[in-house]
Design a protein around this ligand. Structure first.
Ligand code: NDP
Length: 244
């Protein structure tokens, strides 16, 4: 699917690695101007070399004040991808207050904050927009040692619908993508036990995990006018897992 985002400005969080990084590259290749937000500056430096002209912003999205300072005046944004997240693995009984707070501040609170900044800008300019929240299939099905992470993604389902409801009248669409395991740094950590990983893959009807490209394609579809009547929705990129 060839999409053209020329004339539009996109903001992608968690742009340094994995799905976020490839989303920036795809948007850049499709003509968008891209604001790439991430935590590790070296990742943004190497990404800027690969995608000349992108606007790197280095900030810890778990820090409300720093995020306000870094993105409060970000300027016009037409397309937003809330992708940054942490997956802190710990059995439910051992989850600490720090785990809980970090998970929710990065994975959910920052989505509120960045989306508010971006949506206010869209409304003030009177332009339509599209927001994609990168969620997970664990919003719908539990995984061992991921109670805190899964809770943030479950909440993201409701947040996506709430945003779609309140921002729809301004022609701002809000959707999510919900992938199964993708073998990025995060995915490798979550599926590190070889036996668990083998059994998990076997349970997928398509007998595989998802590729980064599969997730990026769904993000681009939801950002584009090809999904003009879709809002408050989620695309499963789960190799059929939830049907199993
Ligand atoms: P990675 O861990 O590979 O990359 C995450 C990126 O987000 C990194 O660049 C990281 O920067 C950045 N990031 C994390 N925390 C912050 C923060 N506080 N402030 C700014 N940037 C931050 O993850 P994936 O690419 O795998 O995941 C992307 C999205 O996809 C996430 O929302 C995840 O929940 C979701 N997802 C992933 C799956 C998987 O199996 N990989 C499955 C389902 C959903 P740094 O490294 O510098 O911290």
């Amino acid at each position: 699917m060839q999409l053209n985002f020329s004339g539009l400005r996109a903001l992608v969080t968690g742009a340094g690695k994995g799905i976020g990084r490839d989303t920036v590259k795809a948007l850049h290749a499709s003509g968008a101007r891209v604001v790439a937000v991430s935590r590790t500056n070296a990742d943004l430096v190497s990404l800027s070399k690969e995608c000349p002209g992108i606007e790197p912003v280095c900030v810890d999205l778990g820090d409300w004040g720093a995020t306000e300072k870094a993105l409060g005046d970000v300027g016009p944004v037409d397309l937003l991808v809330n992708n940054a997240a942490v997956a802190l693995m710990r059995p439910f009984l051992e989850v600490t207050k720090e785990d809980f707070d970090r998970s929710f501040s990065v994975n959910l609170r920052a989505v509120f904050q960045v989306s508010q900044i971006v949506a206010r800008g869209m409304i003030n300019r009177g332009v339509p927009g599209s927001i994609v929240n990168v969620s997970s299939m664990v919003a719908h099905v539990p995984f061992p040692s991921l109670a805190a992470y899964s809770s943030t993604k479950g909440a993201m389902t409701t947040l996506t619908k709430s945003m779609a409801l309140e921002l729809g009248p301004y022609k701002i669409r809000v959707n999510s993508v919900n992938p199964t395991v993708v073998l990025t740094a995060m995915g490798q950590k979550v599926s590190a036990d070889p036996e668990f990983s083998r059994k998990l893959k076997e349970r997928h009807p398509l007998k595989k995990f998802a590729e980064v490209e599969d997730v990026v394609n769904s993000i681009l579809f939801l950002l584009s006018d090809r999904s003009a009547s879709t809002s408050g929705s989620g695309i499963l990129v789960d190799a059929g897992y939830l049907a199993s």
